[in-house]
Ligand binder design. Sequence first.
Ligand code: GLN
Length: 208
Amino acid sequence: TPQIGVLALQGGVAEHERMISSLGARARKVRRPADLDQLDGLIIPGGESSVIGRLIDLAGLREALINSISNGLPTLGTCAGMVLLAEWIENPAPGQRSLGLLPIEVRRNAFGPQVDSMELSAGWHWPGEPEGRIRAAAIRAPEVIAIGAGVEVLIRASIGGVPRILGVRYENLIALSLHPELTGDPTAHRALLALAATVGEPERLPAR
Ligand code: GLN
């Protein structure tokens, strides 16, 4: 059974744990560096990215998280989790530092305050698969405003008449502006488990 860690310092942890269990994997709360041992995947949940960032430092988790994730641990970041993975934050909170592992720039709270939260359905473009859809909540959601080389766009949606990037993939990382764990849509969690299942397997060569 794959073991998926859920960073459990602040934010929406329980919904991700439930989602992981419902897909037949085991969820484990990550609160200290040792909790990262022997994981097949990791979720960084939504919450408040500046607070989670500070708690990461207080828990002594910064270096361990950066090492595990940059060594290939499949990781899904949702909302604040996306902000934490991003290399660049356009409008960081005072003193805010991210983990800086995913070459995107994000704008925090791009769609207004909590009261402007919404649920939306958007196209899901996983490379090499037919287009699907994902239904998820946007709650003080970040927007991706720039992407670096090698970043694939998973979710695009028009909000306020403007096309926005709300989900990306880069190597072992999936990051969403949205909360699919609140609508119960398993698309992104399935994608994380699929990445977790391929880790350690040899890269398949293209057919000749
Ligand atoms: N805007 C929040 C932040 O910057 C994210 C909100 C959320 O995770 N729902 O962390």
